[in-house]
Write a protein that binds this ligand. Structure first.
Ligand SMILES: Cc1cc2nc3c(=O)[nH]c(=O)nc-3n(C[C@H](O)[C@H](O)[C@H](O)COP(=O)(O)O)c2cc1C
Length: 152
């Protein structure tokens, strides 16, 4: 399947997972850049608040058209028990263009279930596969990633 990985990463954990998958699939990949500044301590608090209330933020323009792909892998950090606001923005703008979806999330301890359910609710599709990576698992990615590679 022609696959695009779209991710947001504030501190590179999700980026590491997204790039790990991209290395195996050699597919297109794009990072979503929010127009809101989420860096530093103030950014952390802003991110938690914006995600918790599902704030509609703006993101930089998308380079790849999701309609050109059979599968979109959406990768996000968990913020305040849900998806990060940049990935929410991307989904809100593009959900009707997704053919198949796979969800990837990283967190400190969250199991991702609520987040993945919310993503499906907005997109109106069940994912082909989901992958949850906790910070403590970031150094052992190969075995975690393989179920996704098998689905593509
Ligand atoms: C604003 C904010 C809120 C967070 N909320 C949660 C949370 O509710 N549960 C959790 O397990 N981790 C939470 N985390 C931790 C991140 O999900 C985790 O560190 C993730 O791997 C960061 O990914 P990144 O480096 O790609 O940004 C939060 C981090 C940030 C910055």
């Amino acid at each position: 399947m022609k696959t695009l990985i779209t991710y947001y990463s504030r501190t590179n954990n999700t980026k590491k997972v997204a790039e790990g998958i991209q290395n195996k699939l050699s597919c297109d990949i794009e990072e979503k850049i929010p127009k809101t500044n989420y860096s530093g301590k103030i950014g952390y608090m802003k991110g938690a608040k914006d995600s918790a209330i599902g704030k509609k933020i703006k993101i930089e323009k998308t380079n790849y058209n999701p309609e050109d792909y059979d599968c979109i892998i959406l990768a996000t950090p968990i913020w305040a028990g849900t998806m990060s606001s940049p990935i929410l923005a991307y989904i809100n703008e593009n959900a009707n263009k997704f053919k198949n979806v796979i969800y990837v999330a990283t967190s400190k301890s969250d199991d991702g279930k609520k987040t993945f359910n919310k993503m499906s609710e907005i997109i109106g599709k069940e994912p082909l596969e989901t992958l949850m990576v906790k910070e403590s698992e970031l150094n052992n990615l190969d075995s975690k990633i393989s179920p996704i590679i098998d689905k593509i």
